[in-house]
Design a protein around this ligand. Structure first.
Ligand code: MG
Length: 213
């Protein structure tokens, strides 16, 4: 049995940059793919922590070929507009770990579209879900003697699970769970800001600060 940890990474705002949304809307605007009023509405929506952002639906409503829109984004957005600058170094530092990406979305096709813009992540298993991540992990947690796993990773066992997320609400359900280590990455100026510290969650401001034992 392996003794390496399973490293579960959130996608949006942990790996995938918050600046993407505005850059994408402005790019669609530059290519005149969206009506001006829609562009203005979207620029407001993307700043609102209460709103779930899905930029495929407005494109479809405007009659835009979404494959074409994504191809424009893939060609014209810089690397820094898609993944945070600290992601490559972090992945490089954890090549010995089993890494999977666990992402929540209202519209999974939008999640898949964003993932398609990240060739750096193509080799990692992705699990796309609708529910709270912490709850999902709890519901799918498997134990065998002192090893842990998820039901999606049948046959693979790990000495522990490390979850990295930008949102504490994803981490809170797992506080106190044996063999589960929790890291919240709260980047400066991020849309979601925690209002209090939580015992059992490591808080950092960049992936550079994450050091897994
Ligand atoms: Mg996130």
């Amino acid at each position: 049995m392996t003794s390496r940890p399973l490293l579960i990474l959130d996608f949006d705002r942990t790996l995938f940059s918050e600046v993407f949304y505005e850059r994408f809307v402005r790019l669609m605007d530059e290519h005149n793919l969206l009506p001006e009023s829609v562009v203005e509405d979207l620029l407001v929506t993307i700043k609102d922590p209460e709103q779930t952002i899905d930029l495929l639906t407005p494109l479809k409503k405007a009659g835009v070929d979404t494959d074409k829109a994504l191809s424009i984004a893939g060609n014209e957005l810089t690397h820094e507009s898609v993944l945070y600058a600290d992601v490559p170094e972090f992945l490089e530092r954890h090549t010995k770990y089993r890494i999977i990406i666990l992402t929540t979305g209202v519209d999974l096709s939008w999640q898949e579209a964003k993932l398609s813009l990240c060739p750096e992540l193509k080799d990692f298993k992705k699990i796309l879900i609708y529910e709270n991540k912490g709850r999902y992990i709890l519901d799918n947690l498997k134990r065998q003697s002192d090893k842990v796993s998820l039901s999606d990773l049948e046959g693979e066992w790990f000495d522990r699970i490390v979850l990295v997320d930008d949102r504490v609400d994803a981490l809170i359900p797992l506080i106190g769970t044996p063999s589960v280590e929790l890291w919240q990455v709260e980047r400066p100026g991020a849309k979601y800001q925690r209002t209090q510290d939580h015992e059992g969650i490591h808080h950092v401001t960049s992936l550079k600060e994450i050091h897994i034992a």
